[in-house]
Write a protein that binds this ligand. Structure first.
Ligand code: PLP
Length: 438
């Protein structure tokens, strides 16, 4: 155990081994946090010497793998040059270069980059931007938002408001503005009902748009894959149809690509995989290759233009660390690594591995989108996030040296792009072994 860690745990309340309040954790009941010493590639080494294979890229951020030397070196060089400067009234090369490179990769309409800190703030920025856009456009009646059922967009109040209500939000429901929900037509391999589900979802969207003409500011979408909601996947053609309806009613499309960005769905962004063009896109997580918190909300010329003019039209939003030079530098180094497109072979291996699970009597609804693969463990009782099998599976994987965090009875694999073929196979071997033992 490192000196630092042992110092941190000495002198604590006797009951607990930590003062750190973990997220999404019942501190008195859940298993204590595992102390980590170091990490490299797809491996995480614990203080007690155990090594875990990171099957979820440490919450979907560690794009290329842990400790990528190119990113670490770029950050170190930047740190001795310019570590931080306020973003209002100042700019710098890493922020400018990153904005240029992001815009070059994104669909043509997306031109203006607003930096913030994480996925939730990227979403907050997008929501405020869309809301004020209509005010500035002299259409202040456009106050409503549309969302999908099962959505998750983060944990700040605005982001929660456009997400699914659940135990995660219930303490705050009174604080959350309403957002009208449209069914999400989740699909999987061999799903015979998908066309009907899509038609129902589109019919509901059409109905809401027709009932509230001129009232919607924007619809927020996790394109192709709803992440925390259960790795639920939809088809590109559905997103194309949604886009057509939003265009018809002049409602902005916000794509939350916090999880799906940077190769996850098989192309650089899900909007490219789906061949759609949002008005605003939210990027975070993999943006810096998992090294530093940084987010970007990128909008179209049309949206940006509405904020130009008098002081009352400006966008009054910002954070202390907006456009942090170290974060921007990490992102530039990450984009350099991304050019090798290591997500493409990984996507192929995921399809092959998922294929192996088909026909397993305890597994169903296999699905793959690019580098993201998921399968449901067939269980008795109500399926979903709160199914008791989730923690049991997590524990079983840990015992086998694998870090996965099943979403209830949904097991998903979302590896860093450096994961080797045999490492990936070992994750699926463990899954089969565990499920067989249930
Ligand atoms: N949006 C999506 C689609 C996410 O999956 C997440 C986090 O999982 C967020 C937003 C929130 O991002 P963060 O945890 O960085 O605030």
């Amino acid at each position: 155990m490192s000196r630092r860690y042992s110092r941190a745990i000495s002198g604590l309340m006797s009951e607990y081994a930590t003062r750190v309040w973990s997220p999404f954790t019942q501190m008195r009941a859940d298993a204590p946090a595992l102390p980590v010493r170091r990490a490299e590639g797809a491996l995480i080494e614990l203080e007690d010497g155990r090594v875990l294979l990171d099957g979820i890229a440490s919450w979907w951020v560690t794009l290329h793998g842990h400790g990528q030397p190119e990113i670490a070196a770029a950050i170190a060089a930047q740190a001795s040059e310019l570590e931080q400067v306020l973003a209002a009234g100042f700019t710098h090369r890493p922020a400018e270069e990153l904005a240029d490179r992001l815009v070059a990769l994104l669909p043509a309409p997306l031109q203006w980059v607003f930096y913030s800190d994480d996925g939730s703030t990227a979403v907050e920025v997008a929501l405020k931007m869309a809301y004020q856009f209509w005010r500035n456009e002299s259409a202040p009646g456009r106050k409503r938002f549309l969302r999908f059922e099962g959505a998750y967009h983060g944990d700040t109040l605005g982001a929660m408001a456009v997400g699914e209500r659940s135990l995660f939000t219930s303490a705050f429901d009174d604080l959350l503005f309403a957002a009208d929900a449209v069914p999400f037509p989740a699909t999987w391999d061999g799903d015979a009902e998908i066309a009907a589900k899509e038609e129902r979802a589109l019919a509901r969207l059409r109905q809401l748009l027709a009932e509230h003409p001129g009232e919607y500011a924007a619809m927020i979408v996790e394109p192709l894959v709803q992440g925390a909601g259960g790795m639920r996947m939809c088809r590109s053609q559905f997103l194309v149809a949604v886009q057509a309806l939003l265009h018809e009613y002049d409602v902005l499309a916000i794509y939350d690509e916090v999880m799906t960005g940077f190769g996850r769905t098989g192309e650089f962004f899900a909007c490219l995989t789906a061949n759609t063009q949002p008005d605003i896109i939210c990027l975070a997580k993999g943006l810096t290759g998992g090294f530093l918190p940084l987010a970007a909300t990128v909008c179209s010329d049309r949206v940006f233009a509405a904020f130009c003019g008098g002081a009352d039209r400006a966008f009054y939003h910002g954070h202390s660390y907006t456009a942090n030079p170290l974060g921007c530098t990490a992102a530039l180094a990450s984009l350099d690594l991304l050019a090798a497109e290591a997500f493409r072979p990984l996507a192929q291996w995921q399809r092959e591995e998922i294929q192996r699970l088909k026909g397993h009597e305890r597994l169903g609804r296999t699905r793959v989108c690019g580098t993201i693969a998921a399968v449901d463990v067939l269980v008795a009782g109500e399926e979903g996030y709160w199914h008791e099998i989730g923690p049991r599976l997590r524990e079983g994987f840990l015992k086998r040296g694998i870090l996965l965090r099943p979403l209830g009875n949904t097991v998903y694999v979302l590896p860093p792009y450096c994961m080797q073929r045999d490492q990936l196979a070992s994750v699926y071997d463990a899954l089969c072994e565990l499920v067989d033992a249930l």
